[in-house]
Ligand binder design. Structure first.
Ligand code: 9MR
Length: 565
């Protein structure tokens, strides 16, 4: 019997809950039975039959499934396929994902702008502060009577968006919405979750302390004169692969946009609710957030579709800006999200009726350019506290969200990985890991509405996907698992001289178009589910980003919160 690790046995490299489903995928046709053994391989605790071979429609490869849900005793084990080898060791225990939940929140700490990360909190990834951003310049595209071109404004704090050092309101929007929703959906669990950040000793949950770092930055991005919100705070061009404190080029706030302003309004309205509940620790903050939200909304009413079109902007204004655009061409969903959050916070029907909240039957999976469903989640969360105007739509809303989840689950049996993620090749886009995580959130929302635990099983399967049960064999969360990504496109991880990347960051994941997009040499895969390169030049498959980390945090924490053990 082979005593070596086989990369063909794919499973959640962290582990499993005692009473939850447990599956490993075995790539290839050989083998008929499998075992679960203690990690020293001395004791076989379970023998099972591999499922019939199933062809992966994306790659044409054949997989078999090893189902070992019957193993419930806590311990450290491996899956053994005789003649093939064994899996990486994994644990069966209660709270098995607590460390990844806390670790992925800590990932945000490592992205903090304008502050030293001391060794006490950052360990070997300790680094000096980057980007004080106390003297950002108003770009010509953002000039206004009160703030002419090159006016200096302070715009400190926040999180670096991704592997680059810029900050984008649109992407901060969905990120904050996701993290604040985690708090609203699971207040007790998130309050108990300890992350070890400098603010951990205060009265706020660590999750909210971390979110506050970015909220304070977002507040600086609103022009106090008119309520409009700058699209981003950015260099003109991307930096080289240097540490943040070595990246000292001029920084600009650029053109106000409707997408940024509405995302900001939504976040501030939600933050107002969240910090109202914690107002003894942060007095006044809830009111400031609500004031900012209303001002932003009013700007958007005057400017209902000011798009951010970077090329057009560059034709008109200098210097040219070539960093991430987050250039959403349709802001109807941003209107829905902002209206929903403002309505729920204020209970003022005027927000509810200002926008057609249910223009069609669609429930789009949330992403940075499609935030409609975040508004639906919020309306469902507060279904019992709405005014009559909103309440009348609640039955249809609940039906919509459960039908959406049912649609996600449909056909999962035909996916040889047994996950909602990857049922369709279309899931493998830039940032596909966030597709998996957001599908998981949608399933958890359906569970919250129905108490049907089968939704949770599918959400958990997508977490298994992200932590190793996928066609690449990687755990996509840095620092977690036996085969985690090691070379993400992330400037500090490249430049800091530490072998291991900064931990707790979610890689973008397989992306069928990545070879064309980043032209990083070395792609060999011929199917989208395998098109992934653990190389720092692969920014289209292996960058990290806050809007991917946030749904991972949500998924891992929600699953922890909902385990019976
Ligand atoms: O996540 C974004 C993805 O949906 C887009 O296809 C891609 C190209 O426009 O940009 C991604 O966002 C990047 C942003 O523009 C700049 N910071 C890094 C982000 C993640 O790659």
């Amino acid at each position: 019997q082979a005593q070596t690790v086989s990369e063909s046995i794919r499973l959640n490299q962290i582990g499993f809950y005692p009473s939850a489903p447990k599956k490993a995928v075995v790539v290839g046709e050989s083998g008929a039975t499998f075992q679960v053994a203690t990690s020293d391989l001395k004791t076989v605790v379970f023998t099972g039959t591999l499922s019939a071979p199933q062809t992966n429609p994306l790659s044409g490869k054949v997989n078999r499934m090893a189902n070992f849900s019957a193993v419930t005793k806590p311990g450290t084990y491996v899956v053994v396929v005789p003649g093939m080898g064994h899996s990486y060791p994994f644990e069966i225990k209660p709270n098995v994902h607590q460390a990844v939940a806390a670790g992925s929140i800590k990932g945000f700490y490592y992205q903090r702008v304008s502050v030293d990360l001391p060794a006490r909190y950052a360990g070997k990834w300790s680094r000096p502060a980057g980007h004080a951003d106390s003297r950002a310049l108003v770009h010509a595209s953002a000039a206004s009577p009160g703030r002419p071109e090159n006016t200096v404004i302070a715009s400190s704090r926040g999180w670096y968006d991704a592997g680059d050092y810029n900050r984008y309101i649109v992407n901060s929007g969905i990120t904050m919405g996701t993290l604040l929703s985690l708090y609203e959906d699971f207040p007790a669990y998130t309050t108990s979750l300890k992350v070890d950040i400098p603010e951990s000793g205060n009265q706020l949950p660590d999750l909210l302390d971390e979110a506050l770092w970015n909220l304070r930055w977002m507040l600086t991005m609103q022009d106090p004169a008119d309520g409009g919100v700058y699209h981003k705070l950015t260099n003109a061009k991307f930096d080289g692969m240097v540490m943040p404190d070595k990246a000292t080029k001029d920084r600009y706030v650029v053109q106000k946009s409707t997408a940024a302003t509405l995302d900001f309004a939504a976040v501030m309205a939600q933050a107002s609710r969240v910090f109202r509940r914690n107002s003894r620790t942060v007095p006044g903050l809830a009111d400031s957030c609500l004031t900012a939200a209303v001002k932003a909304w009013n700007w958007a009413r005057q400017n209902p579709a000011v798009l951010y079109e970077q090329e057009a902007m560059n034709r008109q204004f200098d210097p040219d800006v070539s960093t991430g655009a987050y250039g959403d061409r349709d802001v109807s969903d941003e209107w829905i999200w902002a209206a929903a959050e403002l309505y729920v916070t204020t209970k003022d029907d005027a927000y509810y009726t200002a926008v057609n909240l249910y223009p069609d039957d669609k429930t789009p999976l949330p992403s940075w350019n499609q935030v409609r469903t975040l508004g639906y989640y919020t309306l469902a969360r507060f279904a019992d506290n709405l005014t009559a105007t909103g309440k009348k739509d609640v039955p249809a809303l609940k039906k919509r969200l459960t039908l959406f989840a049912d649609g996600l689950i449909q056909g999962t049996d035909q996916n040889p990985y047994g996950t909602v993620m990857g049922k369709s090749a279309r899931d493998y886009i830039w940032g596909s890991s966030s597709v998996a995580a957001n599908q998981g959130i949608a399933l958890i929302q359906a569970y919250r509405l129905t108490n049907d635990r089968s939704y949770l099983g599918h959400a958990l399967a997508n977490l298994d996907f992200l932590l190793g049960r996928n066609a690449t064999g990687y755990s996509f969360l840095t620092g977690f698992g036996d085969k985690p990504v090691m070379h993400p496109h992330h400037r500090p991880s490249v430049a800091d001289g530490v072998d291991e990347p900064v931990p707790g960051l979610l890689s973008g994941g397989p992306n069928g178009n990545a070879p064309k997009q980043d032209k990083c040499p070395g792609y060999t895969a011929t199917s989208p589910d395998e098109t992934f390169l653990d190389n720092d030049c692969s920014y289209a498959s292996n960058e990290i980003a806050i809007n991917w980390n946030a749904p991972f945090v949500y998924l891992a924490a929600a699953i922890e919160a909902l385990q019976p053990e």
